[in-house]
Design a protein around this ligand. Structure first.
Ligand code: NZQ
Ligand code: ZN
Length: 381
């Protein structure tokens, strides 16, 4: 096991009717900014619950943080936050709203332009406190310090690290209104978060392996029931907690991590607006295929423990494990090939060019360069 440090300060408040608990967590007299996405919370009653819980607080609202939050939008929220002297931000929405809020929180305390913080994380020295009412299980943003911010002008999408939410409220009932496609993308995103932390090499930390495999198996178990009825409280609770546990550091202790699939997926989103979870469903099977020799032992372990693949030669079992993974995404109703989105050589060349220009070396072996990313994308055609 590798050395590691672990500290996750976010308080999780989970269950039915928990939105009312906001007022117990934010001190009276706080100047509060609420941040929202495009309006789903007005249709599903979440907005009303939040406003009811915040009676008596001095509140300013910022609306319009879009999926794959754009720095162009977030700059406006930062201006508002500075002007209004806010000292706490409550994000009410999905991962995009919360990710955007993480940059807003740091941007309010920064004199320069917010994009500088994304390009150079060491410039982040402080931020106002923030918390979330999470309405979309997927990113784990409710219990991690990461965010992914896009730039419309330059068509770039980069990870950014701020602070952890002070608390996050997860009421599975708010997920009933999520469109089916977004639920599928959220399950795929959660699955791939686990894979990024798991599918590296064997024999490092058997506890983390078992935990990760448990999360993957549970997602595979619950996905068909959710497809049938995504208003099933027990299933949506499992899904919601899985998304949080998939990316809050609990399965990352003392293990190497990959993240090449995510970084390639982010390029597809930046260039073509592909929804995050679907971008991963396209890239992961191809990453597994291209890196199958390097990841051989772990893919075999994954195949056997997660999918019960015990028969055939090593290469047959590896092929089967990759097929099972792609089939899982297809059962969710997601596309798994670039041609299905009319993406081809031109985009592959652009991603290769960008990676080479940035000197990118991704993955647990730092060997996923522009050339390897090209091979992965060609395999995903
Ligand atoms: O904007 P509104 O109107 O709220 O609608 C949203 C949006 O259209 C809707 N939605 C959310 N909750 C809903 C709902 N609709 C009905 N009922 C609800 N309860 O769903 C749409 C997608 O929302 P979004 O927030 O974009 O989805 P998600 O949570 O998947 O976030 C995606 C973003 O997170 C980043 C991705 O790159 C992407 O930018 N990620 C963040 C990570 C992190 N912070 O650690 C890690 C991830 O790997 C990921 O990269
Ligand atoms: Zn993700």
């Amino acid at each position: 096991m590798y050395n590691f440090e672990f500290q996750n300060p976010t308080k999780l408040i989970f269950g039915k009717g928990t939105i009312a608990r906001i007022k117990d967590e934010i001190p009276a007299g706080t100047k509060l900014m609420l941040t929202f996405g495009g309006g789903s919370v007005k249709k599903n009653g979440v907005y009303e619950q939040v406003i009811d819980a915040l009676k008596g607080y001095d509140v300013v609202e910022f609306w319009g943080i879009e999926p794959n939050p754009k720095v162009e939008t977030l700059r406006k929220a930062i201006e508002l936050g500075k002007r209004e002297n806010v000292d706490f931000i409550l994000a009410v929405g999905g991962g995009s709203t919360l990710d955007g809020t993480k940059l807003i929180a740091c941007g309010i305390k920064y004199d320069g332009d917010a994009w500088e913080l994304v390009l150079d994380n060491s410039l982040v020295k402080s931020g106002v406190q923030f918390a979330s009412v999470m309405t979309m299980p997927a990113t784990g943003s409710e219990m991690n310090s990461g965010a992914v911010i896009s730039n419309l002008a330059t068509k770039e999408k980069f990870a950014f690290y701020s602070y952890y939410p002070k608390f996050s409220i997860l009421d599975p009932e708010v997920t009933y209104s999520i469109p089916e496609y977004q639920v599928s993308c959220g399950i795929a995103d959660t699955f791939v978060h686990v894979m990024e932390q798991y599918l590296t090499t064997t024999g490092i930390n058997s506890l983390m392996d078992r935990w990760a495999e448990g999360l993957l198996m549970n997602l595979i178990d619950i996905a068909p029931g959710i497809a049938e009825d995504h208003k099933n409280y027990d299933l949506m609770s499992q899904y919601m907690l899985s998304a949080t546990m998939g990316l809050n550091g609990f399965i990352a202790m003392g293990v190497p991590q990959d993240w090449a699939t995510h970084m390639i997926g982010h390029e597809l989103t930046a260039l073509h607006g592909v929804t995050h979870g679907e971008s991963l469903a396209i890239v992961l099977p191809a990453t597994m295929t291209v890196l199958s020799e390097q990841k051989k032992l772990k893919i075999l372990q994954y195949g056997e423990r997660v999918w019960g693949i015990t028969e055939g030669s090593e290469s047959e079992r590896i092929t089967k494990a990759i097929e099972k993974t792609e089939q899982f995404f297809r059962l969710l109703g997601l596309k798994t090939r670039l041609h299905e989105l009319n993406i081809g050589e031109e985009t592959i060349a652009e991603i290769e060019r960008r990676f080479n220009e940035r000197g990118v070396k991704l993955g647990e072996c730092k060997n996923v360069t522009g050339t390897v990313a090209r091979a992965i994308l060609e395999c995903a055609l």
